[in-house]
Design a protein around this ligand. Sequence first.
Ligand code: ZN
Length: 333
Amino acid sequence: MIDGRFDVVGASGPTHFFEGLSAETLSHGYLLAGPAGVGKKTFALRLAQSLLCVTPKTTLLGYCGICSGCTRVVAGVHPDLYVAEGQVKIGEREGGGFHAAEEATARDLVRQLSMHSYAGGRRVFVLGDVDFTREAANALLKFFEEPPAGVLLLLTTAAPARILPTVRSRLLEITFPLLTSREVAAILEREGVEPDLAASAAGLAAGSVARARAVLDGEGTLRDAVVTWFFATLEGAYADPAWATRPTLEEGLETIKTLTRDWLALRVGGAEVPLLARDQSERIGRLPQREPAAIARALGALGDAERIARTNVSPALVADLAKMALVTTNVGA
Ligand SMILES: [Zn+2]
């Protein structure tokens, strides 16, 4: 008997819940519900791995990571693990293999649910971001009511209200909360993202790994974050300085200077002046009316902040300096 490991970041509530279960008390089906990108499907797959791991363990949750069951799950080829994504429709589909990671049809599912376990143990069905057409739900209803022995259904959804009540009422709902930025950063770091970059993406991701990955992948998202910060700062609202990290600091300050220059240009030259941040001209036009001299001083202070940013001070301090430069434009106006 070993103590299996259960390598999932966040989700302490669901982890605690399943830790308290045994093979006997495990229900036949769960609906893992919660915001997008908080690790519901990862959790479902690690739970499936826990059940398909062949090394004897002390708890339901946990796996060895090296047995034939574990390696097959990780490689996506375990014959007793069925994984699908998206809406389940009724129709027949060409050549639906057991491991097909694409959409499942109700007919596939009925067929698969009726099969016997390959390894002689449990069979686990993970349906990610699931949603059923009414026909598909009806076709599957008796399986949700009472699946064949040894079958575990794990459904995930970010919109539990969209799951038909007939299906939803037959599953036990487990709620997943948003992740903390720390947890998001930890997940990104595991994926090989530099700690600084992971922290900054996590700061912009509002608790969702999916959003953090989008921040990392997306073009112009740093600029978006800086633009949001710039206007919030000048409007006296809370401005999240998460854009200010070592690798993003210089580019971020450059964006702030561009917006400030446009603000000054608009104050001095009026609406005719062509702006550099043309997509923001309307919002810049709505900024508080400050003295051109005060905005020019702010530009100077932003230049100072840029020089300081090249030294070893913390990015957060530089963001504070930039904020100070902007908010003090109202002094002496
Ligand atoms: Zn194992």
